[in-house]
Design a binder for this molecule. Structure first.
Ligand code: RB5
Length: 148
C-alpha cells in the first residue's frame, strides 16, 4: 500500500503524526509537502495528492489544511477522486464503507493529532461495503462525465 500525503500550513501540524502512523503500519508514504508553517496555497497540495491517486501511482491519499475544507474541494476537482472531510471516527468509517473514498481530508485547526490518528485508522481499517453502494459510487463518475 502506498499513500500520498499533502497539506498546507494549516494542516502541517498534523502531517508528521499522520506520516508516523502510516509508516508504523508498514505503509509507503509519498510526502507531497508542504514542509513548514509558512503560508502556501492549499489547492496546489490538494491537486498533487489527487493526481497521484487518480493516476494510480498511490492507492489512497490524505490531505490536510486548516479546516480541511479548501484542500478537500481542490482534491475533489480531479476526476476519479472521492475525497471525504472527516472530523470524527464515525464519519471516517462511514465514508470508507459507503462512499469508497480514496482521499481522506482533515482540518489541522479542527482536530488534534490524537483524533487525527484515530480518524485515519478508522478510515484505513474499514473496507468498502459494496452492494447497494456500488451504483451510487458509480454515479459520481457519471456526474464527472456528463456535459450538462
Ligand atoms: C489557510 O489560512 C486556510 O484558509 C486553509 O488552511 C484552509 O482552512 C482552507 O480551507
Amino acid at each position: 500500500m502506498k499513500i500520498a500525503v499533502g497539506c498546507d500550513h494549516g494542516g502541517f501540524v498534523l502531517k508528521e503524526d499522520v506520516i508516523n502512523c502510516l509508516k508504523a503500519r508498514g505503509i509507503e508514504v509519498v510526502d507531497c509537502g508542504t514542509n513548514s508553517t509558512d503560508s502556501v496555497d492549499y489547492p496546489v497540495f490538494g491537486e498533487k495528492v489527487a493526481r497521484l491517486v487518480a493516476k494510480g501511482e498511490c492507492d489512497k491519499g490524505i490531505v490536510m489544511c486548516g479546516t480541511g475544507i479548501g484542500i478537500s474541494i481542490a482534491a475533489n476537482k480531479v476526476k476519479g477522486i472521492r475525497c471525504a472531510l472527516c472530523h470524527d471516527e464515525y464519519t471516517a468509517k462511514m465514508t470508507a464503507m459507503h462512499n469508497n473514498s480514496n482521499i481522506l481530508a482533515m482540518g489541522g485547526r479542527v482536530v488534534n493529532p490524537e483524533m487525527a490518528v484515530r480518524i485515519l485508522e478508522s478510515w484505513l481499517d474499514t473496507p468498502f461495503e459494496g452492494g447497494r453502494h456500488i451504483s451510487r459510487v458509480n454515479m459520481f463518475s457519471e456526474i464527472e462525465n456528463r456535459e450538462d
